[in-house]
Every structure is written in structure tokens, then in C-alpha cells.
Design a protein around this ligand. Sequence first.
Ligand SMILES: Cc1cc2nc3c(=O)[nH]c(=O)nc-3n(C[C@H](O)[C@H](O)[C@H](O)COP(=O)(O)OP(=O)(O)OC[C@H]3O[C@@H](n4cnc5c(N)ncnc54)[C@H](O)[C@@H]3O)c2cc1C
Length: 303
Amino acid sequence: MGYNCVVLTKQVPDTKAVTAKAMKDDGTVNRAALPAIFNPEDLHALEEALMIKDQYGGTVTVITMGPPNACNILRDAYERGADRCILVSDRRAAASDTLATSYILSCAVRKVGDFDIVLCGRQAIDGDTAQVGPQAAEKLGIPQITYLEELVSLNNNHIVVRRNVGNGWELVQSKLPVLITVIDSANVPRSPAAKRIMKYKKARAAIEVKKEIAGENNADDPEIAKQIEQKCNELKAKGLLIEHWNLDDIDADLQWCGRDGSPTKVHRIQAVVLKGEGHKQFEPSEDGVRELVHELIEEHTIG
Ligand SMILES: Cc1cc2nc3c(=O)[nH]c(=O)nc-3n(C[C@H](O)[C@H](O)[C@H](O)COP(=O)(O)OP(=O)(O)OC[C@H]3O[C@@H](n4cnc5c(N)ncnc54)[C@H](O)[C@@H]3O)c2cc1C
């Protein structure tokens, strides 16, 4: 018996590549100045789903909510082994906080339909709240297990997961369907396969095709519209058309989406500049290391 997994993945700015241009003058993130990457823990969620498929059969569907260029991580997901990739993109979803994001994603998962396990990363490296997975589980009305470090067993309608709780672990059993958030020590994500790269680097969503063909021209021009339609049909026939759903496609209630559906209010944004002051040097000796460890414990950095 196979299991149908849905993986929620987010495209994020690479926070390891932060430069002086990373923040705008108004204190918001300058996304254009940072390379966009696959949220690191989401690669582990995808790997967990692919491992389930390898062992038990079933399907792996990947969903991302974001702007059209989030298709880059969907192509990556195809190249690593996903069966189906869906972009949820709609201007009316802009300014969604975590509550609205998880609502929209839960509508998309419902539309996928026949799912057994929904997998998320524990946390996105930009928003960093770790709220979207648990909130999506609530909205789907299914149990959740956070911080998966190891999938211990999976049979029939039950899953047992070892979850890392920081200073120890717990074994948690759940019935399916379930939503699980995955941490980075769970597995080693596989690399994209060469054959799949050759195939799926050509995958496009209709919204990308439109941009590539029309450019600055009017996409409604009959000749241009015909070219776009032809290209999309070609891609579809080859299984290379990335599905694009808007909020109507997933039957989302607009009052829970975008700014209207986002109760979070940003009161103030503060730029925190970390200064290299107050550093202390320790001797590279046993005594020096002992002193360093002592200090880290005293300051509750470790322990
Ligand atoms: C008031 C407010 C306004 C905001 N306005 C905007 C805005 O205009 N534009 C904007 O881009 N962001 C905006 N954000 C940020 C946005 O809400 C968060 O980036 C988003 O809700 C995800 O939260 P997070 O990054 O903390 O994810 P986490 O909760 O840390 O993510 C956990 C996991 O959930 C899944 N996940 C999270 N987000 C997505 C996604 N989009 N698609 C698929 N899976 C996902 C992934 O598996 C991820 O590992 C706003 C936030 C607030 C509070």
C-alpha cells in the first residue's frame, strides 16, 4: 500500500548571503538583493516524503505559495523526484501573515484531496516563526507531529515518529492523515538526478510562459496569446506544465487571505547591528577550553 505525501515548501532569501544591501532604508528586507533558495528544512521534508515513496510507494506532491519565480524550487523538487508540483500564486494573497498563509496552503492541500501525510520544514529561515505547519494542521483538522528526527514506523493507518525536543526525544504515534514538520538532522537530502535535471529544467508554469513569450508586449494580443497557448499545450503534453492555482481555484474565502486575513500588525521594525565588541580570547589549551565551556554554561549558551 502506498502513501500520498504533500510537501509544503517555501522559497526564501538566502540569509547566509547577507550584505549591506540586504535591508532597505525603511527596514524591510530587500529581497531583490538576496539570492532566492529552497528553504533548507523543506529539502529535508521533501527527502522524507521521497523516502516514504521509495519504501512504500505512493506519490509526492509539492506545493509552494509565492510569486511566479518560486517555480525555481518546484523545478528543483521535480529534479529530486517529486511527481507533481503546484504553484499557488495570486496578488490577493500578498501581505499574508502566517495565519493567512496557512489558511491558503490548507485550502490547496484540500484541493489535492487524497493525502495521507503533509510534510513541512520546521521553520522558514526568513519569517522564522515555525507557525505555518502547526496552523495548517489545525485548519485541515488533522493531528500534527512537530520536529521529526526519525520516522520509526509506518503501517496501515498509523505512523510512529521520533521527535527531537532539544534536550531529549519523544516517540509519538498518530493515525493518518497527519501533518509532520521535519528538522535538518532527519536525513540527508538527495541531489537532483542528472536525467531529471535534463527533463525538468524545461518545466514552466503558464504564468512564466506568458512572461517569457510576451515580455513587455501585450499578452492579450491574439498572435501572442496563440503562441502562449501553443507552448503551454506542448509543455502539458510532455508533463512539464507546472500547475498554477489562484485563490478561486482552491475555493479560498478571501476574508481569510492577504491583508484582510492577517491580524498580525507590525508595530515597529528595528535594524539590529551586531558589533564585534567585547570578545574574549581563550588559550588553545585544555584549561582554556575548560574556561570557555564554563563561561558558555554560565551564560546559558549551552547546557
Ligand atoms: C504582517 C505581516 C505581513 C507580511 N507580509 C508579507 C508580504 O507581503 N509578502 C511576503 O512574502 N511575506 C509577508 N509576510 C511574511 C509571511 O507571512 C511569512 O513569510 C509566511 O507566513 C510564512 O511564515 P514563516 O516564514 O514564519 O514560515 P514558518 O512558519 O517558519 O514555516 C514553516 C514551514 O511552513 C511551510 N511554509 C511556510 N511558508 C510557506 C509558503 N509560502 N509556501 C509553502 N510552504 C510554506 C514550509 O514547509 C516551512 O518550512 C508577512 C508577515 C507578517 C507578519
